[in-house]
Design a protein around this ligand. Structure first.
Ligand code: PLP
Length: 392
């Protein structure tokens, strides 16, 4: 179908909850995407940190193909090997406890919130200003952004948002706190890494009051920052991690991983989902995890990340660069949304704006040095042709 026909269908039949760019993608391989007219794009967004091994990684494709012809679904009343093996791999690679598999990032956070409330009945969930934890009601209640929350009030009771400052966390956490949930690097609001002092304050406040510390690694986990999990680059170990996005090598899966202390809080009947941990997505995730854990790949993420950050910093219209590994954002003196649109339509470079002056870059972890240079050259042309916004 042509783009015009798709747009007509969208107007007629699709709930307009997304603002789409006028591009129809039909194929992907590695860092490249192709539209219906055959134009080739460099994908430096990965469907927002999802296709982190590049599009259609052969090992993920092979695992899915093999599994899809063997067994697709039986549900969680029975055993399947991929779900058990994936849970073990996730726990062994991080907190050493147990894993609960689900279907998305928001669901992983819902599971964390429910687990924390069961561990401390009626306890409060503390989240940070600037956070994004998802759009389901529990996750949304922990996402203190007026524009996202206000139309859907009333939210879930028992949530409190505090500024991302050590003193604010210490003041908020007490005997009634069930959990503190935070992103080690806040992604949706512009790639802001939380400081070590804040993470240490959150850890010690949770320890002092017996609350659970949850790191939402939905975006910053799975190798994105140059270690498998972002917390590994901090001096703080959480009690639980939530993961999704890149976990399934492009397929939809999420997970809550706990420390041994919290592994048995949820008992049969407490929580679940029909599709959770299905064999096809679990096989994809096992393949993705094995590829992502490879030290050589994580080393490349750090190298390519440094190359990209340095290159961005050298562009005249870039005012600042933030982030870690291949999770980067830059502040620009032009309109970020205009620049992102022009990058897509004129330079065939896929990026994303997280704010009026913020461009986010999340290329595949497998990106080559040449592709980084090519993306920088394309972005440079876009920024050079964009009018500066006064006052920046
Ligand atoms: N947590 C973080 C840090 C995210 O970035 C996102 C999505 O952007 C979510 C949770 C929600 O994940 P999902 O869209 O899979 O529900």
């Amino acid at each position: 179908m042509s783009l015009a026909e798709l747009q007509e269908l969208e107007r007629k039949a699709v709930v307009p909850s997304y603002a789409r760019f006028p591009v129809q993608f039909v194929r992907g391989e590695g860092t490249r995407l192709w539209d219906a007219e055959g134009n080739e794009y460099l994908d430096f967004l990965c469907g927002i940190s999802v296709t982190s091994l590049g599009h259609c990684h052969p090992r993920v494709v092979e695992a899915v193909r093999e599994q899809v012809g063997r067994l697709v679904h039986v549900g969680n009343l029975y055993y399947t090997e991929p779900a058990m093996r994936l849970s073990e791999r996730l726990a062994d690679s991080s907190l050493g406890g147990k894993a609960y598999l689900c279907n998305s990032g928001a669901e992983a956070n819902e599971a964390a919130i429910k687990l924390a409330r069961k561990a401390r009945p009626r306890g409060e969930i503390v989240s940070l200003l600037g956070a994004f934890h998802g759009r389901t009601y529990g996750a949304l209640s922990a996402t203190p952004q007026e524009s996202k929350q206000a139309p859907f009030a009333p939210l879930v009771p028992g949530f409190r948002a505090v500024p991302p400052e050590p003193a604010a966390i210490r003041a908020a956490v007490g005997e009634r706190t069930a959990a503190v949930i935070l992103e080690p690097i806040q992604g949706e609001t512009g790639v802001h890494a939380l400081g070590e002092e804040l993470l240490v304050a959150a850890r010690s406040a949770c320890d002092e009051h017996g609350a659970m510390l949850v790191f939402d690694e939905v975006q910053c986990g799975m190798g994105r920052t140059g270690t498998l999990w972002a917390y590994e680059q901090t001096g703080v170990k959480p009690d639980a991690i939530t993961a999704a996005k890149a976990l399934g090598g492009g397929l939809p899966i999420g997970a809550l991983v706990t420390s041994p202390t919290y592994g048995d809080v949820l008992q049969p009947g407490d929580h679940g989902s029909t599709f959770a941990g299905g064999p096809v997505v679990a096989r994809a995730a096992l393949a993705a995890l094995e590829l992502t854990e490879a030290p050589a790949l994580l080393e490349t993420v750090r190298e390519r990340g440094a190359q990209l950050a340095d290159g961005l910093g050298a562009l005249p219209q870039v005012l600042a660069v933030r982030g870690r590994g291949l999770m980067l954002a830059c502040e620009v003196e032009v309109s970020a949304s205009d620049a992102v649109r022009r990058a897509l339509l004129e330079e065939r470079l896929v990026l994303n704006a997280t704010g009026p002056s913020t461009i986010r870059l999340l290329p595949p972890l497998t990106v080559s040095a040449g592709e980084v240079d090519e993306a920088l050259a394309r972005l440079e042309r876009v920024l050079a042709a964009s009018p500066a916004v006064r006052g920046r």
